[in-house]
Design a protein around this ligand. Structure first.
Ligand code: MRU
Length: 347
C-alpha cells in the first residue's frame, strides 16, 4: 500500500501482512477513501485466513477479523460491504484450502471490480464534461473536494475519473481543489495526483468555493461519496454540504460520482449513518514539509482552546443534480438509483 500520510512530500510504500496492520493502516489513514478502505479490509479479512490450520479455524478467524476491521472507521459503507463479502465467501466454501482460496478470490474480485467501476464512472461522467465544454469557449472549471482520485480508489478515482479522461481526450479543463482541512486531502493528495497527470489545477482554501461560484468561475462541482443512502442522501467529507448549498444558490450543477459499492441500500434516512469524529489534534496541529527538510507539525490553536473534528457531513439528495455511476447517470432519488440497479429491490 502507499502510505498516504507522507504524500506529497515522500512516496512511502508499506507492506501490510497482518489483520492488525491493516486495521491500523485504515484507522490512522495510511490508506483512506471509500473504495480503497473497502479493498484494504477485504485483503485484511483474507490475511486472517492464513494463520489457521482447520476449516473451523478459518471460519472463526475470518468472522473475528471482519468484526474487528469494521471498527476501524465507521462512515464509508465500502468497508463493511467488502469485509462481509470475504466472510460470506469463506463461510460458503467447503474445506480448508477452498476457504482460503475463496477469501483470496473474493478480495481480488473486489479490487478488480472497483477498478472497473471507476473506469466506467469516467466514461459516464465524460458525457457531462463534454456537454459542459460544448457550452463554453474557455477551459472548463470544475470544483472538487477532498480526494476522490486514484489514491482513494486503487485506480482512476471516482470524481477524478471523468476529469482524467476528459483531459486525456484533449478537453481544456481546470480543477479548483479544496484544501480539505484538517487532513488536507485536497491540498496534499488531489493536487499531487492532478499534477502528476498534467491536469491544470489550483488549490483553494475550503471557504473560497462560494466566492468563486458567485464570480462565475466554477462550471460544476464534482465530488465522491463515502456512503449514499438509497434515498440519495450523500455522506461525504466534511464541507461537502456547504459546497452543495453554495452551488444551489448559484445555479451550479453539483454531481456526485458514485460507485455502487458506496450505496447503502439498507439506509434511507441519513441520520442513522455514523459520522466519524476524529482526534481533535488533527484540528489543533497542521503538518507539512519543513523548510530545512523532513516534515514538521505545528500547532495552530491556542493551548487552552478545545477543538472538534467531524470528518463527514450529509448533503441532502435535493441538492444533488445527478449521480454518475458505473451504469450511467441518474437523478439523486431512490427511483433513480433503483432504475440503474434493479437487483437492489431484493435488499
Ligand atoms: O477521510 P477520507 O480521506 O477517507 O475521506 C474520503 C472522502 O471523503 C472521499 O471524498 C470519499 O471517500 C469518496 S472517494 C472515492
Amino acid at each position: 500500500m502507499i502510505d498516504q500520510r507522507h504524500l506529497p512530500h515522500a512516496l512511502v510504500v508499506e507492506d501490510l501482512d497482518t489483520v492488525e496492520s491493516v486495521f491500523t493502516a485504515i484507522r490512522e489513514m495510511h490508506v483512506r477513501g471509500a473504495p480503497l478502505i473497502g479493498a484494504a479490509a477485504a485483503c485484511g479479512a483474507y490475511l486472517a485466513t492464513t494463520d489457521t490450520t482447520t476449516p473451523e479455524g478459518v471460519d472463526a478467524s475470518v468472522i473475528r477479523a471482519v468484526g474487528y476491521l469494521k471498527e476501524a472507521r465507521p462512515t464509508a459503507v465500502n468497508l463493511a460491504w467488502a469485509a462481509d463479502q470475504v466472510r460470506d465467501a469463506v463461510l460458503q466454501a467447503n474445506g480448508f484450502e477452498a476457504k482460503i482460496d475463496a477469501a483470496r478470490n473474493a478480495a481480488n474480485r473486489i479490487i478488480e471490480d472497483e477498478l472497473d467501476r471507476c473506469r466506467l464512472i469516467g466514461e459516464m461522467g465524460l458525457q457531462i464534461i463534454e456537454a459542459a465544454a460544448a457550452r463554453t469557449n474557455r477551459p472548463l472549471n470544475i470544483l472538487t473536494h477532498c480526494n476522490a482520485g486514484w489514491l482513494a480508489c486503487i485506480d482512476y478515482g471516482t470524481a477524478t475519473a471523468p476529469i482524467y479522461l476528459g483531459h486525456d481526450r484533449g478537453l481544456k479543463l481546470h480543477v479548483w481543489v479544496d484544501e480539505t482541512r484538517p487532513r488536507n486531502q485536497g491540498a496534499r493528495l488531489t493536487a499531487w495526483e492532478l499534477g502528476a497527470h498534467g491536469v491544470p489545477h489550483t488549490v483553494i482554501t475550503d471557504n473560497a468555493g462560494g466566492h468563486l461560484m458567485q464570480r462565475g468561475e466554477i462550471d460544476f462541482v464534482l465530488v465522491g461519496t463515502d456512503r449514499t443512502t438509497r434515498q440519495g442522501h450523500v455522506v461525504n467529507k466534511i464541507g461537502t454540504y456547504l459546497k452543495a448549498l453554495a452551488a444551489a444558490d448559484n445555479d451550479i450543477p453539483f454531481y456526485v460520482a458514485l460507485p455502487s459499492s458506496s450505496i447503502d441500500w439498507s439506509v434511507g434516512d441519513p441520520s442513522v449513518v455514523p459520522i466519524e469524529e476524529r482526534d481533535p489534534d488533527e484540528v489543533h496541529y497542521t503538518t507539512g514539509s519543513a523548510s530545512g527538510g523532513g516534515t514538521a507539525s505545528v500547532r495552530v490553536t491556542p493551548p487552552g482552546s478545545s477543538a472538534a473534528n467531524y470528518a463527514f457531513d450529509v448533503t441532502p439528495a435535493n441538492l444533488v443534480t445527478a449521480f454518475i455511476t458505473e451504469r450511467g447517470i441518474c437523478p439523486a432519488t431512490e427511483s433513480g438509483l433503483r432504475s440503474l440497479f434493479p437487483e437492489s429491490e431484493n435488499r
